[in-house]
Design a protein around this ligand. Structure first.
Ligand SMILES: [Zn+2]
Length: 687
């Protein structure tokens, strides 16, 4: 769905230059910022002092390389400095109490008008000041950042009438007059750098104890504020129960003029089109609030692998489903396995240790999906009590620190009293997933009823697993866990009734490699294709241009294109097909699933006929001829094709989609053919 594009990110992910971990000492920074949007200009003055006598004056500061420095003074007296390549160097005597840096910077990153097919969540924008809005990422160094020392900030942002600037910390003051506006923020927790957004915002606010709840939106979206405030309150309460006290003075939902979804310390920045989507309040919002702990207050040691996305995904996207409905939670876990199978090709995998940030769907399937499953398996292994108290200890002791996977391991070991080295090693250091097999299964009558036996095996490299098995009879469900540490482990069930079926991991509680047969063909298969081939059906030539956004969204821009006649002449092998229009030749026409009929410009799904020019059918089927999977794009008109093309890639988990007048009418995923990990016993199973 849409949200696959909107997965929201800790801004730190965008920082390309590693920042030295802050050493001892603390700087107090007072920043006076004036924004001149028509000129893309920021005028800044940073007044720095040391929080105490222990702090050494930093000798180097990062500042945007295109900045012009108007002056550097120490206790009011100009001092010499060097500014080169974004690094400001100077030497201060210990007795100096105040350092003042005055500067100007232009930020002009272009914002793409059209974001179809861009998988980088930053859209390539680090900093931009425009009449429509302003966003300055931490990485842009819009304020001087002392290297090796964290700061507490008081930030005053001035701008033209109507403009409100938002950054980290508590909102201290917001004034507006005829000549302009002024907004002041004060941070409590030491941070190395800040991000800043500004726009023509209306403010809605509430309080949760000491925590300010703030929603900054444009006039058009102001009606959404009440709902967002209510959700902020709900999730902050839930997460404070789970993790302990919320580490920031506020949580703010801030609208952005281009489609971002960032989680920043104490605030989230959501694009205008994003903030309006009805599901954001219950999906992205809790994910971002969870990042306040996991990724912001407790920072991530990226060198050891980014654990923050997996944990935020687990405690928000996943866990809220578990609270709401266990069936939805099961579906969510199963979808993680499907995404991994569909999007991560064998040999193209990476261990969680090497995941830094999402730039592709493959990274997302590992860094978010697999990592979330690792937390799920850990919770099953050590139990709820140890899992949540381990997280609470990590939240308490990791505040302001940079944590690696090994730090989380330490807290979970302390909370559970268990040695978890082997667990973390196999799931974090190693790429891939266990491939389980069920072999040699038989059921035979015995004196006590029936005996079902068999062998559970795994491919190399081996994992240490506890694999759930479920045997069902007409009236009983018998669960058993099989400890599988070697290549193979035999098991036996004895039941009083005739067995009906045996299933490995019925609750999808293990991260494992699915078999091909367990994965229905979906849009994601096309997206993950390494051998794409576009075929334009005879008479549908106009569709190629109209399908541009579809090809970009699937990352198929460079796919070769053949006409139907060319395809028939060559019959190329080993590829995934996307067919534009309904082919004339039976060779290119798929065998359609039950309930689906296509005739010329019309199609029938279930018992509904779609005939109008606005109707669009898109389906992905298991390949025939020499193809792996085949997608069919059947729009009723070129205009309908153009309108729908950009929507389809958002429905990655689906096999069949129907759109009408630009709206999705039907979305479905085929039932998997069968699973080799599910045995259906014959009704008359003979001994
Ligand atoms: Zn995230």
């Amino acid at each position: 769905m849409l949200r696959t594009l909107l997965y929201i990110h800790v801004l730190l992910l965008l920082v390309s230059v590693p920042v030295a971990a802050a050493g001892p000492g603390l700087i107090d920074q007072e920043l006076f910022i004036r924004l001149v949007p028509p000129d893309h200009l920021l005028e800044g003055q940073a007044v720095l002092s040391r929080a105490d006598g222990q702090t050494e004056w930093p000798t180097a500061f990062r500042l945007a390389s295109q900045a012009a420095i108007d002056g550097v003074t120490a206790d009011g007296v100009p001092v010499p400095y060097l500014f080169n390549g974004g690094l400001l160097k100077l030497a201060l005597a210990k007795r100096i109490t105040t350092l003042t840096i005055t500067y100007r910077v232009y930020f002009t990153d272009p914002v793409p008008q059209d974001t179809v097919g861009i998988e980088d969540p930053s859209l390539g924008v680090t900093a931009t000041i425009q009449p429509q809005g302003t966003y300055l990422a931490e990485a842009s160094a819009w304020h001087p950042r002392p290297l090796g020392t964290n700061s507490r900030f008081r930030v005053t942002i001035k701008g033209p009438p109507g403009l409100t600037g938002v950054t980290a910390g508590r909102l201290i003051a917001r004034e507006s007059g005829e000549t302009g506006t002024q907004t002041t923020w004060q941070t409590r927790l030491p941070q190395s750098a800040l991000a800043l957004a500004a726009g023509a915002y209306q403010l809605s606010r509430d309080d949760l104890g000491d925590i300010q709840l703030l929603v900054f939106t444009g006039a058009e979206n102001a009606a959404l504020a009440a709902g967002y405030l209510e959700s902020c309150r709900e999730y902050l309460q839930l997460y404070q129960q789970l993790f302990g006290f919320y580490p920031y003075a506020k949580f703010a939902v801030v609208e952005n003029f281009y489609p971002t979804g960032y989680g920043l310390p104490g605030w989230t920045l959501l694009g205008s089109s994003v903030i309006r989507l009805p599901f954001i309040r219950t999906t992205s919002l809790p994910h971002e609030i969870a990042h306040a702990w996991w990724g912001n207050a407790i920072e991530i040691d990226y060198q050891s692998g980014n654990w923050g996305e997996g944990l935020a995904t687990y405690v928000a996207d996943y866990y809220l489903k578990e609270l709401h409905d266990p069936a939805e939670a099961l579906e969510y876990r199963h979808n993680i396995l499907r995404d991994y199978k569909a999007l991560v090709a064998v040999g193209d995998d990476l261990p969680l240790r090497d995941f830094r940030s999402r730039t592709t769907k493959r990274d997302q399937a590992v860094g978010y999906g697999k990592a979330a499953m690792v937390f799920h398996m850990l919770r099953s292994l050590i139990g709820d009590q140890a899992f949540w108290s381990g997280l609470q200890a990590a939240a308490r002791q990791g505040l302001g620190k940079r944590y690696a996977w090994s730090d989380l391991q330490r807290h979970f070991e302390a909370a559970s009293g268990m040695q978890l080295t082997a667990f973390f090693r196999q799931w974090i250091d190693r790429p891939g997933a266990p491939q389980l097999r069920l072999e040699d299964v038989s059921a035979r009558p015995v004196a006590a009823g029936w005996e079902v036996s068999g062998a559970l095996s795994q491919d190399e490299p081996r994992y240490d697993l506890s694999v759930p098995l479920r045997l069902e009879t007409a009236t009983q469900v018998i669960d058993q866990s099989v400890v599988l540490t070697e290549r193979e482990q035999r098991f036996t069930f004895t039941v009083s009734e005739r067995p009906i079926n045996l299933v490995v991991d019925p609750q999808s509680s293990l991260f494992r490699q699915l078999f091909d047969e367990e994965l229905p063909a979906t849009v994601n298969n096309l997206r993950a294709s390494r051998v794409p081939l576009v075929v334009v059906a005879k008479g549908s030539e106009a569709l190629l241009g109209a399908s541009r956004d579809l090809l970009r969204g699937l990352q198929w821009q460079k796919a070769p294109v053949l006409s139907e006649a060319e395809y028939l002449a060559r019959r190329p092998g080993d590829h995934d097909l996307l067919v534009l229009g309904w082919p004339e030749s039976a060779v290119l026409r798929p065998e359609l699933p039950d309930g689906l009929r296509v005739t010329g410009q019309q199609f029938v799904v279930g018992d509904k006929l779609y005939a109008q020019a606005e109707g669009v059918l898109f389906m992905v089927l298991a390949g025939h001829e020499n193809s792996h999977v085949a997608g069919y794009f059947l729009p009723g008109s070129v205009a309908a094709a153009q309108d729908t093309a950009r929507r389809i890639p958002h429905y990655g988990r689906y096999s069949l989609l129907v759109f009408s007048n630009g709206r999705n009418q039907v979305k479905m995923t085929w039932e998997p053919l069968r699973s080799p990990l599910k045995i259906l016993f014959a009704k008359e199973a003979s001994p």
